[in-house]
Design a protein around this ligand. Sequence first.
Ligand SMILES: [Zn+2]
Ligand SMILES: [Zn+2]
Length: 174
Amino acid sequence: MIKPRQKRCKFCREKFTTFNTLAQACSIPCAIGLAKKKAAKDQKEAFKANDVKTLRRKAQELFNKYIRLRDAEDGCISCRKPKDWDGQWHAGHYMTVGANPELRFNEDNCHKQCSVCNNYLSGNLGRYRKRLEKKIGLDRLEALEVKGKPIRLRADDYHQVIATYKSKIKQLVK
Ligand SMILES: [Zn+2]
Ligand SMILES: [Zn+2]
C-alpha cells in the first residue's frame, strides 16, 4: 500500500502531500512554473555552450592565421613544397588536437603546411617530425610528445587567446 508523503514544492517551496513519488510541484500552476524555469535554464546553457564553440572557432582562426604569417617564408613543414606553391596553405598541428587538446594553441606544435599533407596525408607526420626536429630542436619536439594534462578551456581562456593572437598578427603585418 502506498502512503502519502510530505514533500517540498520545487517551485513555491511550500510543503505538500502527495502519493506520487515523482511529484516535484504542489499544484498545476507550480508544475507549469517549474517547467518554464527549466526550459529557460536549458536555453541559457545551450546558449553558453554555443558561445564557447564560437569563441573556440574564432580563437583557432586567429591562431592559424598567425602561424601562416609567422612561417610566411617557409615551405610546407612536411613535404617542403616551396612557399610560392599556389595551392592552399594550412596551419597543421603535429600532435593532434583531438588527442592533445592542451596543445591546441601551442606554437611549437603548429606549422605552415600544404593542404595536401594536411588533408590527405594525415599531416604527413613522419616527415613533419624530421623537419620539426630541425626547426625547434629535439628537446622541444620531445616535450610535445610527452602526454600532457588534459585541459578544458573556458570562454575566458578563448577571449585571452583571441586578444593575444590579434596583437601578434598586428605586429607581424605592420
Ligand atoms: Zn508550489
Ligand atoms: Zn606538404
